[in-house]
Ligand binder design. Sequence first.
Ligand SMILES: [Zn+2]
Length: 293
Amino acid sequence: MEIGSNYQASGKVDSGKFVIFLLIAVALNGLLGILFGVISHYNPLIYINFLVLFGIMFASIFVSSFCLSAAKSRNPMANMVFLLICAIYLLYNSWAATLAANYSGLEYTAGLLFQVSIDDITEFISLRQISIGKFGRDGAVLEGSILAIIYLIEAGIIIIWPTYIGFTSRGYYCENCDTELNEQGFYVPAESLLDLDNQKKSGRFDNLSSIPPVLESELANYTTKRSLAMINHHSCPSCDLEIIDLTLGKIKIDKDNDSEFKEQETIVKGLIARTDLKTAESFDGGSGNSSDA
Ligand SMILES: [Zn+2]
């Protein structure tokens, strides 16, 4: 790939690997669905149910993304299908487990896996009540169509969230070396990036290693006047391929004192680049986000 051009996924899929890791991911998501369904059945409180849901979602995102990476697919459409199948199977199994636990006892969960119908679910919802208040107190309950809407929202979260996160967080891939790229994220003061237009055009960033990264403790200086540049540097462990994402923005600090990068302008995304970062051994990446989840 030419320096200064933009990265494009090759679209290649190794179908053998893809199917194997899809089956593994589907099985693990199915187990997560059963776990969620059983907990939902025994837990009568809507708040706790959503907390459990978020926990299950994080686990699902982790499992699906890990398996998708292992499958080494560089085809966005195939990735989307992979993630959707996992999410739908999780949702399906959560309902199978809830109905099994509700009607027949847990030992029937496995037997129900392939025979849940929409009728079963609507009948179940019509009979179900979930409390908004605390245990052992007579309070508001959710039932009927309100409950149905909440289950619809829940289903939307289960399908859309992991699929979106899994799809948008796909890393870059080196076709020559058949491997994903390593990622390193850090912040620098925006004003220290000189000649950005030229660097963007040429793809050559020759002085990045000489700019001291902004440390976590200094982020509060970038809430109003000064801007930050968030740089995500991706490099192949085996060859000289480098890809840069560079975004300008400011820091927002919430009431819990947590800082969050607020993106204002994307300068480059997926730019094939040549930097001095690979050769700068003393470079430690500073603070910043090296997340790839
Ligand atoms: Zn490579």
